[in-house]
Design a protein. Structure first.
Length: 90
């Protein structure tokens, strides 16, 4: 490796590290809207909604790590009923 390429390789390594960290940060801020067909409204699935979901899952002895969009529709209905009886509901 020549002396002139060392600063360039350091710069490329730093850029790769920064872009990798930016990707991780974005992953934690992945918000989406979920439609509640039982109450005909939308909820933003963000940190606050995840908190409600985790609380519901713990109270009903379900796995809080399961993606809400993948649980059976009957359980989704149970969640929305619970959710509209607890806290702020748009």
């Amino acid at each position: 490796m020549s002396r002139g390429s060392h600063p360039l390789s350091s710069l490329l390594l730093a850029a790769a590290l920064i872009s990798s960290l930016a990707g991780i940060a974005c992953e934690h801020h992945h918000y989406y809207r979920v439609y509640d067909p039982y109450y005909t409204d939308y909820h933003v699935w963000n940190g606050e909604e995840v908190g409600y979901y985790n609380r519901w899952a713990n109270e009903t002895h379900r796995d809080p790590h399961r993606d809400f969009r993948r649980i059976p529709h009957e359980e989704q209905k149970e969640y929305w009923t619970w959710r509209h009886n607890h806290g702020d509901h748009h």
